[in-house]
Ligand binder design. Structure first.
Ligand SMILES: [Zn+2]
Length: 435
């Protein structure tokens, strides 16, 4: 039997859904226009008034909001309510420039708890489960988001936060953890560390893992499921919208259910900015339909995906989003060829004898881009004859070239040579100096 947290919201008929979305869109557009000077200015400039939104398609009249707009509003200029109504603040990781600051009212925390309860339920979580939450607690939204959802369900939360791998494994074994939540790269690290610590993963009670906050592939899922003996599910979210819980995979594993009664998704072409129809791959744009503290109108996520309509085998009717395959700003252009790091990962994991740990390094030594991929050899391959290592290297080079259309220099490194991360893994090192 499939568990569904909120049948009313997750199994709406198309007509009911559109009616609900439209009412909420009209409200949030008016609310944002009246309360946030940034939106008033942006809508006026685009020549659109809240009363112009008469059908869902009218959303296309509204201007996009970018991360740069949010940075300019630092720290509180995107807040729609007085500070006395804000109960929590989170920021998105600012790798460049100022962080983006988002405010949550009590209503927003309830919204977040609700979508996270729906998400964890998709992973089979009930009040009988023990959720080991290894996402970081703090300004990063991962930890608290999962926490609120698990609490709403009434599950037993172990708020261990990120890091301290040895302790994570002890807790997993001694407390009888049934659901683990962390980044996919950290999961693989846990599996590796388990061997060293003498923890037998087969003996644990783990049944599911909710993995997100970084891009990963189907092959990576296979690896995780094989090594940890659990069902690995993909979660999606971002601080600008709410945090984790914007979309989540159900047990069918053919895409992530988007919580579209509260977050409205669109797919646009990142080049022409026009809205693309169902099934097309492009950049995801999201409008929060009920957010109170910091409502977002048509926020450009930069994440590349596609939306698939139709009812899922699990019974939910919410639109499904493909696994994120890249970011419009992470897209690498190497010798004029467009390459997404996720495509490289997919190619690497299709090859036997190597481990799912790698680094992509791009340099420009003589005015020409060079692509190097460092990948760990499996212990068996590494202790094999040099001749076999050379053969393997060539095989990988051929396979990568066939997949991405570029020849890369493959360097096989010894097992565990690539640094492990306890949070988001950094895998791409673009060292080109453009002169
Ligand atoms: Zn489903």
């Amino acid at each position: 039997m499939t568990l569904i947290w909120n049948k009313k919201a997750e199994c709406l008929l198309p007509k009911e859904k559109e009616q609900l979305q439209l009412e909420r869109l009209q409200n949030i557009v008016k609310y944002s226009y009246e309360r946030i000077p940034y939106y008033k200015k942006a809508f006026d400039k685009a020549g659109v008034k809240p009363s112009d939104i008469k059908k869902m398609k009218d959303i296309e009249k509204l201007p996009y909001t970018s991360k740069a707009d949010l940075r300019d509003a630092y720290p509180y200029k995107m807040f729609a309510v007085p500070m006395s109504e804000i109960v929590e603040i989170h920021t998105s990781s600012g790798t460049t420039g100022r962080p983006v600051v988002m405010g949550y009212t009590l209503g927003d925390i309830e919204l977040w708890s609700e979508v996270m309860a729906r998400s964890l339920t998709m992973a089979g979580c009930t009040k009988n489960d023990i959720v080991q939450n290894a996402y970081g607690y703090g300004l990063f939204t991962g930890g608290l988001g999962i926490h609120y959802g698990a609490r709403k369900i009434g599950a037993n939360i172990v708020p261990i936060s990120a890091g301290n791998t040895k302790r994570q494994l002890e807790v997993m074994r001694d407390f009888g953890t049934t659901i683990i939540t962390c980044t996919p790269s950290y999961t693989l690290y846990l599996a590796e560390a388990a061997k060293e610590e003498g923890v037998d993963l087969k003996q644990l009670k783990l049944k599911a893992g909710v993995f997100g906050a970084e891009m990963w592939t189907e092959k990576m899922r296979d690896e995780i499921e094989k090594r940890l003996h659990l069902s690995a599910l993909n979660i999606y979210g971002l601080t600008e919208i709410i945090g984790p819980g914007v979309a989540q995979e159900c047990g069918v594993k053919t895409g992530l259910h988007f919580q579209e009664d509260v977050f409205f998704p669109e797919i646009i072409s990142p080049e022409t900015l026009e809205v693309l129809g169902g099934g097309h791959k492009g950049e995801l744009v999201i409008t929060t339909l009920t957010r109170e503290g910091t409502p977002m109108i048509r926020f450009r996520t930069k994440d590349i995906t596609a939306l698939r309509h139709g009812e899922c085998k699990c019974g939910r009717t919410t639109v499904k989003m493909d696994r994120i395959t890249g970011r419009s700003d992470d897209m690498l252009k190497i010798r004029g060829v467009i390459v997404f790091p996720s495509t490289i990962e997919k190619a690497l994991l299709e090859i036997k004898g190597i481990e799912p740990h790698y680094k992509i390094i791009i340099t420009r030594p003589h005015q020409l881009d060079e692509l190097e991929i460092q990948v760990e050899a499996s212990p068996a391959l590494f202790s094999d004859e040099i001749r076999h290592m050379e053969e393997a290297k060539k095989n990988i080079e051929d396979h990568v070239e066939k997949t991405i259309g570029l020849r890369a220099k493959i360097t096989l490194v010894e097992p565990k040579a690539i640094p492990r991360s306890e949070g988001k893994a950094k895998r791409v090192f673009d060292m080109r100096e453009i002169k």
